[in-house]
Ligand binder design. Structure first.
Ligand SMILES: [Zn+2]
Length: 395
């Protein structure tokens, strides 16, 4: 085993420039959600060039590369779509340039999270070169639409592609720490109806804005008393949108809704979160609903799911986490930090919905995700490519 890890490390170093260049090529292709076609063709090309046994693009547009044909299934996931550039004034370099300079690859998506993808392509190349012979199938997944609806791509992979791995590594940025969970989330709409009348005589009507406003102040208080988990932190709720309508600016409002961004900690579920809000708004005749996401993928397929993204965590002593710790020690001769993400990932369906043991390990610092001047250290890419290959040997 010692020799294997030594070889993995040598090859990851040998392919340092290869990995950085592959990432640069991905970054140069703008890849917003539902517009990933061109970047996916490039990723497919890279996997084929690396010698993967098979590379397919599924109905939703996910690129799935395979190495091996064994009975155990490991999947390594990275979403290929990125958020937009934002205000160009805030960037000190070209966000779509993919420039490799001073030990970094620069640009939108280097951290969140095409860096993880470039690293796992190299891991696949390493496994092929070492004639990987474990009784295992490894899937390398470049997934779509994550920035728009985290987890949707994996709902498709499990339910339509019928791939259900035994273990998954998410390659979202972790700063090369090992992550084992994050809070869940959901999007809730609370709607209030009123009765309009002439604004000169408001006593004849029933103002929807007043009801929604009373509810809004109750939701502010609700945020203070939500559950706390020592590992994942506190559940939270905030109002992200307040909209109202009325027949005229000289009329009592007859419609209002609140949009709630609810973050769920351990033990909080869709049912519990909906019930809490219902209890606050029933007297105000508010209607509570969990919103539904539906969009057309770049392949033309319309697909969706409820906007409930379950909380997930797995115990530190779980074999999936322990294997990660061991692989890290074997490669880098030190103990990794085991922690959690602040943001949400495809883990919401992979583990939260389907219960598949999942860990996170990825290059780059998550504070640069969705931020200007996003860049990833090439040394992180090298270490991540070694980690993914090493993990496949150990699990
Ligand atoms: Zn991401």
């Amino acid at each position: 085993m010692k020799d294997i890890f030594k070889k993995v490390q040598e090859l990851s170093e040998k392919y340092r420039d290869y990995t950085a260049t592959n990432l640069s090529k991905l970054v140069q292709i703008k890849s917003l959600s539902m517009q990933e076609k061109e970047v996916q063709l490039e990723l497919k090309r890279q996997m084929e060039e690396a010698g993967f046994d098979e590379v397919i693009i599924d109905g939703l547009g996910n690129v799935i590369g395979r190495i091996g044909n064994g009975s155990k299934i490991l999947a390594i996931d990275g979403h290929i779509d990125t958020v937009d550039i934002g205000n160009m004034e805030n960037w000190s370099f070209d966000p779509l340039g993919g420039e490799i300079k001073d030990g970094y690859v620069h640009g939108r998506g280097t951290v969140d999270q095409e860096g993880g993808i470039a690293s796992f392509v190299t891991a696949g190349k390493i496994l092929k070169e070492m004639a990987f012979d474990r009784d295992m199938t490894v899937y390398f997944v470049g997934s779509v639409m994550e920035e728009d609806c985290d987890g949707l791509c994996w709902k498709y992979i499990v339910e339509e592609d019928k791939i259900k791995p035994d273990f998954v590594i998410s390659t979202e940025p972790t700063n090369l720490n090992i992550y084992r969970g994050h809070r869940g989330r959901m999007e809730i709409r609370v709607t209030f109806n009123g009765i309009s009348c002439h604004g000169s005589a408001p006593e004849r009507g029933d103002n929807a804005i007043y009801k929604a406003s009373r509810a809004a102040l109750e939701i502010e208080k609700l945020n203070e008393r939500l559950a706390f988990d020592p590992f994942l932190g506190k559940g939270s709720v905030t109002i992200s949108e307040f909209k109202s309508g009325s027949p005229s600016l000289c009329a009592v409002s007859d419609y209002a809704h609140l949009h709630l961004d609810r973050r769920l900690t351990w033990g909080e579920t869709k049912e519990s979160a909906v019930k809490e809000v219902e209890e606050l708004v029933t007297a105000l005749e508010g209607k509570v609903e969990v919103l539904y996401y539906e969009e057309v993928a770049y392949t033309g397929l319309k697909y969706g799911m409820e906007k409930y993204f379950p909380t997930w965590k797995i115990p530190e002593n779980h074999p999936a986490v322990q294997t990660g710790i061991q692989a890290y020690k074997n490669l880098f001769n030190e103990d990794p930090i085991v922690d959690k993400w602040t943001f949400s990932t495809n883990g919401v369906t992979i583990n939260g919905k389907y219960g598949i043991p999942t860990i996170g390990f990825g290059p780059g610092n998550e504070v640069l995700a969705h931020a200007p001047n996003e860049k990833v250290p090439v040394s992180d890419l090298v270490k991540a490519s070694a980690f993914y290959a090493g993990y496949a040997y150990l699990i």
